[in-house]
Design a protein around this ligand. Structure first.
Ligand code: NAD
Ligand code: MG
Length: 338
């Protein structure tokens, strides 16, 4: 394991991990197993408090965890980070300590304006927390991207690399980025391709078949269920592997019909989505929506949940026991793509 940075820089440091969810739990466990001193900061009385305590951590309220920490990793949901910074971090973080994020949203869009006497860095694993943990336990790691936003000690880069080593990323690959690139590409990916693009594509395909008179059950298998087989091939070997494993007929159909569906107009609208991300329109709208109590978010979400593909999917998935959470060999939970 490439643990050189860790041994040099964080060996005597105290690391406060704020949040014990998908990323927080995985980071805290991996850092501890890398021999580092970890305190978990979560709200007293919450389920994360119990869990972190049961898993042997020193647990404190966020503000208390921050006091005395040399590195504070902010691993709570993105939309609570601005308040968390104001209430628990800003008054307590010591000069020269490092403030670390796993997503640049709040710093890049200036919802968090870090004190000028601390280092500000980013380490984002390219995988969900569960994978960050299981790969570490196998002696491997998940590639991480890392960045420095503010360097007051001259050590910010080494701290980011040490932390990435501590969670196992250094065993795989570390790629340098900056807060702007990480934030904008992460948002674009989830909006245009992964969450937004893929679910809209599936819904449109499903509606096209059902409106043409085909059975919803058959349509479900063709446009949603089988997407997993294709995505697994992408994941393992890119478009090359997908083309190797599908029939010649499927390939020919791909070549002639793919560009008919996803045409230049789609790319143009993707550029529009990207522009809204870059100029802050998306962030402004999202923050206003969040602060208004999520009225549109709830409406949009309900429409997705009520879509006929979900009605039929619910019924069909109940007959595929290998998909259930307690099945003998569950699929890796892919909580979030970005
Ligand atoms: P999560 O929702 O799984 O976990 C959130 C944790 O924060 C929980 O322990 C919760 O109890 C705690 N929490 C919630 N509100 C809090 C508050 N007000 N004060 C203190 N603690 C609070 O979050 P996550 O998915 O692990 O995301 C954490 C960060 O990692 C985010 O910045 C996210 O963008 C980033 N990230 C996530 C992934 C992923 O795969 N989930 C991947 C890369 C980066
Ligand atoms: Mg994201």
């Amino acid at each position: 394991m490439s643990n050189t940075h860790t041994n040099d820089t964080l060996a005597k440091a105290r690391i406060a991990v704020l949040g014990y969810g998908s990323q927080g739990r995985a980071h805290a466990l991996n850092l501890r197993d890398s021999g580092l001193d970890v305190v978990v900061g979560v709200r007293k009385g919450g389920p994360s408090w119990e869990k972190a305590h049961a898993e042997g951590f020193n647990v404190a309220e966020p503000g208390d965890a921050v006091k005395g920490a040399d590195l504070v990793a902010v691993l709570t949901p993105d939309m609570v980070q601005a308040d968390l910074y104001k209430q628990s971090i800003e008054p307590n973080i010591k000069p020269g300590a490092a403030l670390l994020f796993a997503h640049g949203f709040n710093v890049h869009f200036k919802r968090v304006e870090p004190r000028k006497d601390i280092d500000v860095i980013l380490v984002a694993p390219k995988g969900p927390g569960a994978l960050v943990r299981t790969e570490y336990e196998r002696g491997r790691g998940v590639p991480c991207i890392w960045a420095v936003y503010q360097d007051v000690t001259g050590q910010a880069q080494v701290k980011a690399l040490s932390y990435a080593d501590g969670i196992g990323g250094g065993r795989a690959m570390l790629i340098k980025t900056d807060f702007k690139e990480e934030t904008e590409t992460d948002l674009f990916g989830e909006q245009a391709v992964l969450c937004g693009g893929a679910s809209s594509l599936v819904q449109a395909g499903f509606e096209t078949l059902v409106e043409a008179g085909y059975q919803p059950e058959i349509a479900y298998y063709e446009v949603l269920h089988e997407l997993k087989l294709i995505v697994d091939l992408f994941y393992e070997g890119g478009i090359t592997k997908m083309l190797e494993f599908v029939s010649e007929t499927a390939q020919y159909g791909d070549y002639v019909s793919g560009p008919r569906v996803i045409d230049a107009g789609v790319k143009q609208r993707m550029q529009g989505v990207l522009k809204d991300i870059q100029d802050g329109t998306f962030a402004r709208n999202w923050i206003a929506e969040y602060e208004a109590g999520l009225p549109n978010y709830k409406k949009f979400k309900q429409a997705d949940l009520d879509h006929p593909v979900e009605q039929v999917g619910h019924k069909l998935r109940a007959r595929m026991p290998w998909l259930q959470p307690n099945a003998a060999k569950p699929a890796e939970p892919l909580k979030k793509a970005g």
